[in-house]
Design a protein around this ligand. Structure first.
Ligand SMILES: Nc1ncnc2c1ncn2[C@@H]1O[C@H](COP(=O)(O)OP(=O)(O)O)[C@@H](O)[C@H]1O
Ligand SMILES: [Mg+2]
Length: 234
């Protein structure tokens, strides 16, 4: 049984359908990459998993339960954390306050969970009392990921975690993703950076204009000319 199974979902914004019959699965312990050009439907797919959007057809099954259309808070309680595109951190709050916001599921376990996040991101602990706006772009991304980890998820959804970062910081983000996966969290990541994504992923999927067109192991996809073409929108 897969940890997450997206089964033939259709998704619309109002009357405009943007996903058609999209399926993917993620097994416990895996890192899976969802790749595709700008506007292909990657963010929409993640939002349909985390409860931001409700599919008009198909199912989103997590631990064998249909969570499609379940409210966001309940999805977090089930064990899924979503780190949205664009980070959405509170720049005038401290780093610690930003992290605490991610822990609303179980405040009693908050200190333990903070310690776990600080183990993965020591820089956040060093600067815990500083305002988040004092962090570099890369550190703000670490903070956004750290906030997601505060709910102690089994499955972490990452939307364009490396977008807009300098190359050296991109490496830091992907190293962090590998550490998070090694300590037991399953990861589904959406990326523009196909090379790095396929370097850390076990398997991947390619989505083109709202439809899944390719899937395979990271090695298979990295060697596939169609991956580069679809990424470029050709
Ligand atoms: N809030 C929205 N309202 C209407 N259309 C949207 C909205 N968000 C995204 N779309 C459209 O849905 C399609 C998929 O977008 P998105 O999932 O954001 O793609 P990606 O994350 O792969 O760049 C695009 O055609 C985009 O214009
Ligand atoms: Mg997107």
């Amino acid at each position: 049984m897969a940890l997450l199974e997206v089964d033939s979902i259709d998704v619309s914004y109002g009357n405009v359908q943007v996903l058609w019959d999209v399926s993917l699965s993620v097994d416990r312990g895996e890192t899976v990459a969802l790749l595709g050009a700008n506007g292909a439907g990657k963010t929409t797919t993640l939002k349909s998993i985390c409860g931001d959007l409700t599919p008009t057809a198909g199912e989103v099954r997590y631990k064998d339960e249909n969570i499609g259309g379940m409210p966001f808070e309940e999805v977090v309680e089930k064990g899924i954390a979503h780190v949205p595109e664009g980070r959405e951190i509170f720049t005038e709050s401290s780093i610690r306050e930003n992290l605490e916001l991610g822990a609303y599921v179980d405040r009693s376990g908050m200190e333990d969970q903070l310690a776990e996040v600080y183990k993965i991101f020591p820089r956040l602990e060093e600067r815990a009392d500083q305002r988040a706006e004092t962090l570099s772009g890369g550190e703000q991304q670490m903070l956004a990921i750290g906030r997601g980890l505060m709910s102690d998820p089994d499955l972490l959804l990452l939307d364009e975690a490396s977008l807009g970062l300098a190359p050296v910081l991109v490496d830091d983000v992907f190293e962090a993703i590998e550490r998070i996966n090694k300590q037991g969290t399953t990861v589904l990541l959406v990326e523009q950076d196909i090379y790095n994504a396929l370097r850390v992923a076990d398997r991947g999927y390619v989505i083109q204009t709202g439809e899944m067109t390719l899937s395979g192991t990271a090695e298979e996809l990295a060697a596939d000319e169609r991956v580069k073409e679809s990424y470029l929108g050709a």
